[in-house]
Design a protein around this ligand. Structure first.
Ligand SMILES: [Zn+2]
Length: 317
């Protein structure tokens, strides 16, 4: 066998506030990692320059030159055409309309670039080196409970992104027909009920309606989970309701994809049993009985690193 030098990949995770990144080896090990401000207010050209700057800084820290690195993978928010590396628009980033990110970042760095959806990147990251890293796991779904709900679907070890590169938008599954309006224009999307912000919003609604609770005024998601842990009945009801909708979404996902593992990410998983145990029970209560369910539920393990790890992994192909 011919001798092959170790090859590396750079992964970048573009967000409205920060760009996170890392250099990964072939096994998904992190050789260097770091973060810089996006400075999105200065426009797309400036941000693309900063993506290139972070990539070069990380390679320098890892002691690597361009000849050691195969590709840069970039996870971006919002709709895109992954084949063309074209970002159609990006929420919270002024001027991001029809930006040829792949071509422009290749121009800045002189390196090959692959652009992927950030939810898909996080899902691939968890699959590659996180909760789904067991080689027996080939079918996995990630749901990240954040400001909205993001995530992705891994089938046969590969990200499923649909016929037009629009898949998947797991946060916009409709779980309540005619339900709460979503920023996407639909009614009753799961992210209106079970995202991290949805828990705080529902608690606020109930406080304003005069329900009995130890909470008052403006509340954060953490306040709601803390109060529930201290026995506040209203906070428990808020969490139960959100998790029941999440359970319903998971039943639908299992009916369609039959995954081995559903991974839940986001800050709220720190509440442990209040989320993961409750979700398993909610799923078991709502799913069918015609055959035994073999799906497992697991908490995400990579935290904020999942996006850049997965972007690097997907760039490897
Ligand atoms: Zn929606």
């Amino acid at each position: 066998m011919e001798y092959m030098a170790l090859r590396y990949t750079v992964g970048l995770d573009l967000g409205g506030t920060n760009i996170k990144g890392g250099v990964l080896d072939e096994g998904g090990g992190i050789v260097a990692k770091g973060m810089i401000k996006t400075e999105a207010e200065s426009g797309p050209g400036h941000v693309i320059g900063r993506l290139g700057m972070l990539a070069e800084r990380l390679m320098r820290e890892a002691g690597l030159g361009k000849e050691d690195v195969d590709k840069i993978g970039v996870g971006t928010p919002g709709p895109l055409d992954p084949a063309a590396g074209l970002v159609l628009s990006a929420p919270n980033m002024p001027g991001w309309k029809m930006i040829r990110l792949k071509d422009e970042l290749m121009g800045v760095t002189g390196m090959d670039v692959k652009v992927v959806n950030d939810g898909n990147a996080a899902a691939y990251g968890e699959y590659w080196t996180g909760s789904g890293r067991d080689e027996r796991v080939q079918h996995m779904i990630l749901l990240t409970l954040g400001t909205g709900i993001g995530g992705g679907v891994v089938i046969d070890g590969k990200i499923f992104s649909g016929a037009h590169g629009a898949g998947t938008e797991l946060g916009h599954m409709i779980v309540k027909p005619g339900g709460r309006p979503c920023g996407c224009g639909q009614l009753g999307c799961i992210e209106q009920y079970a995202s991290a912000t949805a828990f705080a919003r529902e608690a606020k609604r109930r406080i304003d309606a005069g329900e009995v609770t130890s909470l008052e005024g403006e509340v954060t998601t953490k306040d709601v989970f803390d109060a529930a842990a201290d026995g506040d009945a209203m906070s428990r009801a808020v969490i139960d309701r959100g998790i029941d909708y999440l359970g319903k979404a998971c039943v639908n996902l299992v009916r369609i994809f039959d995954p081995q593992v559903i991974v839940i990410g986001g800050g709220v998983i720190a509440a442990g049993e209040a989320v993961m145990g409750r979700l398993r029970r909610s799923f078991d209560d709502q799913t069918w009985t015609v055959r035994e369910e073999r799906v497992e539920f697991a908490a995400a393990t990579l935290g904020n690193d999942a996006g850049f790890i997965g972007a690097a992994g997907m760039a490897r192909g």
